[in-house]
Write a protein of this length. Structure first.
Length: 119
């Protein structure tokens, strides 16, 4: 069982940066693949980025590639999403998620943190 708590959201001007954090509980965090997703008003939840359990492998949505960076610290049981060059289209609730060991399906979800980018 993994519990996830996101933080770091807020209001930022276009072109600015934010760093989201996800704190996880559970003894087996280092075996979980982790990801970030987002949901904008009136839209479905979409994939943003994911990172393998070791932190070696990362994948990004095309819309954020080159602007966002996902990272993790297994010792601290945290996952981060560094977001640069933000634009209004990045406005959404951002969710941290975890996939069980050896799986790609996100099973555990945080409550989300709001990111609002103003023009």
């Amino acid at each position: 069982q993994v519990q996830l708590v996101e933080s770091g959201g807020g209001l930022v001007q276009a072109g600015g940066s934010l760093r989201l954090s996800c704190a996880a509980s559970g003894r087996t965090f280092r075996s979980y693949n982790m990801g970030w997703f987002r949901q904008a008003p009136g839209k479905e939840r979409e994939f943003v980025a994911r990172i393998s359990s070791s932190g070696i492998s990362t994948v990004y949505a095309d819309s954020v590639k080159g602007r966002f960076t996902i990272s993790r610290d297994n010792a601290k049981k945290t996952v981060h999403l560094e977001m640069n060059s933000l634009n209004v289209e990045d406005t959404a609730v951002y969710y941290c998620a975890a996939a069980g060991p050896g799986t790609a399906t996100m099973t555990y979800w945080g409550q989300g943190t709001q990111v609002t980018v103003s023009s």
